[in-house]
Write a new protein. Structure first.
Lengths: 826, 110
């Protein structure tokens, strides 16, 4: 009996120690994980910031005072910029350490080392693209320049000081889950993240869209459906106001065979096509607008900005106030890993960005000496040596998972696609030019200084809007625009064997889309085509979403003589749009014409009556927006049936501004449906679509007007955690927003306003803002999601902008203090 | 009871200072010192109580139940199950070690 007991307890003990010490499948080793002092439970103890704390950063030159306000925003008061960036690295690591690492690893292609082999293909794509390779090359070049490398080095010292002095409760939740330790932060990771920003924003979907359409209906039709110029012009640079261009639509043609190869090349570099990035685009979009002092109720310029990005928890942004007395006093949001405010304001200027969406990516079909074992490529009749990168992928335990050899031409990385070799040239992979402008715009004192700083900006191209205390406003679409060989746009492969195919230079700053103190007294950008081709026809891209948001905001800004900060805040979630103003009457007119001819069905008339009663607003309680949206979907299915596969799936949908242009041609062959005998016209398609929407909604949601028809029950924001873990995500957030609105919402709900800000540059600068989520990366902290409620409601919170720690305290807004002490002195 | 409380105190101190692996050592020590006093049960209770005390201490500082709920959400378990597992684990470690050493010592003495 005793022997049995002995054996039983030995086995039980061995098993418990084994699962305590070793990970079991996806589970971390339970001993360390469940340990109430050092394991996952410890994160409870860091859910709230301690009221006062002192820590040491060995590299600090002098002590730095950090005060957190009631919104958990750190205000860093440092005696020098180097110490400021050290402190910034420290406080960001304190709140967002896991995010720092996963973002850097995602760019570096080393996620397998943190998470495991299941992310091998993601890593392979990152390394094939070469973002980290390009960043490392930049670092080699600039690491000796204290002005450029200094902030990154200091930031890294701050992050690493936090890691090395971290207490058990400060190890982020995700490391406990994965059973890993944080990696050391290297200064060049800042460049990695800037390159990643380029990957997010300078990703060219228009060529993919065009090639995909060409693979279905030929190149001519593709050029018409994915055109170079928006059919409706409301450019960023004020010119002729709103106007419609004349569009010509050739009938569907034969599929272009070479388009398939080009799509494969893009897939090899960029990954599979993505319905959000490559499909219909009305759900995405950033906005910024400003009024000069002449159009402001406060007497000072007012600026509003709301960049729309993939939403995540924690957010891509972190709010911070940076102060070096006499040198820097800047507030705003920073990208995690970047030692500067990216969008924000100081005591003199405020600024925000939207993405320009220019075409800065081209493909070249290369000729190699030996396709099976290439060593050289042909250029102008001479064989040139290929560059070579060997990329090794490792598991968390360090074992080699795979090794890739990546070839490079002078243009960039090369991939083999179906026996062909294609190289990629992309401004994001070229010499960086973002660090200096970011540092300088943080300190700009006027619109002119800000524009001068941004003239060196390279990638991604950005519509930078700026306003200053003297009441002036300006906008410029800044960045590098390649000058291509004459009469080419880079939509199709270039011949790589000749240097005549190469970019021939860069567009000079003077020709960038821009405006300074326009007569109209306001400026706005919403990712629309930035410059009217009538003003300058230089090809800078074609990735322009239908300009509904631009039309809406310009309409709102024109409508009133003066605007208040509250007006600008309200516009950010304005519930209607130029899109519904354009299309809703068109449905009614089409049904009316059919009814006059006695061809309208009962459902058509009924649906038209319902639509006629719609307020044209996407309020959460509205019950007819679903009908309009369903009708628009039905129109797209019928109008673009030539682009659908046999199952009716369509990966690319031409912009709704193309559909709007086709409205002028009621008998155009594109209106005709392939699957019917009769020849449909515009009015047939619009009326049938409206009726089909009503019938479909009744089947799906029940009788009209019921709860399931409520807009708020149909449109959600879904904000996922960085590791896509549902329990750490917040989904199903009922929001006010919709296609084409200034607050656009995508079908999957994953995109939205990542930061909203309104700055009034009156006698005293005042600002309001919010972002979805919160400052803390700790999922059990109230600070993880404490801003979600205001964000969902579309309301902004006052941003504290104190001149001293005492000012914050005396105003009653102080939440916590952190004193960072110099290591050497104590 | 005093022995259980003493074991609890050692589990708390050992986990705090050195880590989770001290739990079976405390259990083994209880089996060694008090082999006749149902060492498996005493050690198991001491293990669970020790970590329970540490959880209560953590709960005084931060949202321990929030951690339970969040971890449970990640693992597809109710939060209470995560708490239970956290108490069961040291109980098994300590109890099994106590039983093993207690029985071995008893056999040795026999």
């Amino acid at each position: 009996m005793n022997a049995l007991k002995l054996l039983g307890s030995a086995v039980l003990l061995a098993a418990a120690i084994y699962i305590g010490a070793r990970p079991l499948g996806p589970l971390p080793a339970l001993g360390g994980f469940l340990d109430p002092v050092n394991g996952i439970w410890a994160v409870a103890r860091s859910a709230e910031l301690p009221a006062a704390a002192q820590r040491v950063i060995p590299a600090l030159g002098a002590d730095v005072e950090v005060v957190y306000d009631d919104r958990r925003v750190p205000h860093i008061f440092a005696p020098s910029k180097d110490d400021l960036y050290r402190a910034m690295g420290y406080v960001i690591a304190r709140d967002r350490l896991f995010q720092l690492e996963i973002q850097a690893r995602a760019t570096a292609g080393t996620l397998t080392e943190l998470v495991g082999a299941e992310l091998l293909e993601v890593d392979r794509r990152s390394r094939r693209l070469g973002l980290a390779w390009a960043a490392d090359r930049d670092w080699e070049r600039i690491q000796g320049d204290p002005e450029l490398a200094g902030p990154m080095r200091a930031y890294a010292e701050g992050v690493n000081a936090f890691i090395s002095s971290m207490r058990p409760e400060e190890l982020p939740f995700e490391y406990h889950l994965l059973g890993r330790e944080p990696m050391e932060w290297r200064p060049e990771y800042t460049l990695y993240l800037l390159k990643r920003m380029g990957w997010t924003l300078a990703y060219n979907s228009v060529e993919r869209r065009k090639n995909w359409v060409a693979s279905k209906v030929g190149r001519q039709a593709a050029d018409a459906l994915i055109p170079r110029n928006s059919p409706i012009q409301e450019p960023i640079q004020p010119h002729l106001g709103t106007r419609e261009l004349v569009s010509v639509f050739p009938p569907p043609g034969e599929p272009a065979p070479e388009a398939g190869l080009q799509l494969e090349a893009m897939q090899a570099f960029l990954g599979p096509m993505d319905i959000v990035r490559d499909g219909d685009g009305p759900a995405l979009g950033s906005n910024n607008w400003a009024v000069s002092s002449s159009r402001s109720t406060t007497g000072g310029a007012i600026l509003a900005g709301d960049p729309h990005l993939l939403l995540s928890l924690p957010s891509i942004w972190y709010e911070v106030h940076l102060v070096v007395p006499g040198e820097l006093d800047t507030y705003g949001v920073t990208f995690i890993g970047t030692p500067f405010v990216v969008i924000g304001f100081n005591r003199d200027v405020a600024w925000s960005f939207t993405n320009t969406g220019s075409d800065v990516m081209d493909y070249y079909r290369e000729r190699l000496d030996d396709p099976k074992a290439p060593t050289r490529y042909l250029l102008d009749g001479e064989w040139r040596h290929l560059g070579l990168r060997v990329e090794e992928y490792r598991s968390p335990s360090g074992e080699t998972l795979a090794v890739d050899t990546i070839f490079q031409t002078h243009r960039g990385p090369m991939n083999s696609i179906g026996g062909e070799y294609v190289s990629l040239r992309w401004t994001v992979l070229e010499e960086e030019g973002e660090v200096r402008p970011l540092a300088e715009i943080n300190e700009a004192r006027s619109v002119e200084e800000w524009l001068e700083a941004m003239s060196a900006w390279r990638a991604p191209t950005q519509n930078g809007l700026v306003a200053d205390r003297s009441g002036r406003i300006a906008i410029r679409s800044a960045g590098r625009y390649p000058v291509r060989p004459e009469a080419t746009t880079g939509d199709w492969f270039f011949d790589g064997s000749t240097s005549a195919s190469d970019w021939q230079g860069w567009l000079p700053v003077g020709r960038f889309p821009q405006a300074l103190d326009p007569e109209q007294g306001y400026l706005a950008s919403a990712n629309q085509q930035p410059i009217d081709p009538d003003y300058d026809d230089f090809f800078i891209g074609a990735d322009w979403p239908a300009p509904w948001r631009a039309l809406t905001i310009n309409g709102l800004l024109r409508a009133k003589e003066t605007h208040s900060p509250e007006d600008l805040e309200r516009y950010q979630t304005f519930p209607s749009s130029a899109r519904v103003d354009y299309f809703a009457p068109v449905f009614l007119q089409a049904v009316g014409r059919l009814a006059e001819r006695g061809e309208a069905t009962a459902e058509m008339v009924e649906a038209a009556e319902l639509l006629d009663g719609w307020s044209l607003e996407y309020q959460p309680e509205d019950r007819l927006a679903v009908l309009f949206e369903a009708a628009m979907d039905e129109v797209a299915d019928r109008l673009w049936d030539e682009l659908s596969d046999d199952e009716g799936k369509r990966l690319v949908t031409p912009g709704e501004d193309i559909a709007a242009a086709l409205l002028k041609e009621p008998d155009n062959v594109w209106w005709d449906r392939r699957d019917t005998e009769r020849i449909e016209t515009r009015d047939d398609v619009l009326s049938e679509s409206l009726a089909a929407a009503l019938v479909g909604l009744r089947e799906r949601l029940g009788p009209e007007g019921g709860e399931p028809w409520r807009w708020g029950a149909n449109r959600y924001a879904n904000i996922f955690h960085l590791l896509q873990i549902p329990a750490l995500s917040r989904t199903g957030l009922s929001i006010q927003g919709g296609p084409g609105l200034l607050n656009p919402s995508s079908g999957d709900g994953r995109h939205g306003a990542s930061w909203r800000m309104v700055v009034n540059l009156g006698d005293e600068v005042s600002a309001r803002g919010t972002y979805p989520g919160g400052q803390s990366g700790n999922p059990v902290s109230p600070g993880y999601t404490d801003r979600l409620q205001s964000w969902v409601a579309g309301s902004l919170e006052p941003l504290r902008f104190p001149r001293s720690t005492e000012e914050l305290e005396s105003a009653g807004h102080l939440r916590a203090r952190l004193t960072l002490r110099s290591g050497g002195a104590r | 009871m005093k022995r259980v409380l003493a074991g609890t105190a050692f589990v708390v101190a050992g986990t705090w200072v050195l880590g989770w692996w001290t739990v079976p050592l405390v259990g083994a020590a209880m089996g060694l010192l008090w082999p006749d006093d149902r060492p498996a049960l005493s050690a198991a209770v001491a293990g669970a109580l020790g970590w329970g005390v540490l959880l209560v201490w953590g709960g005084l500082i931060g949202p321990v139940m929030g951690v339970a709920g969040t971890v449970g959400g990640v693992m597809g378990l109710p939060g209470a199950a995560v708490l239970l597992i956290t108490l069961l684990f040291p109980a098994i470690l300590s109890g099994a070690a106590g039983a093993l050493v207690g029985v071995a010592r008893a056999r040795g003495e026999a």
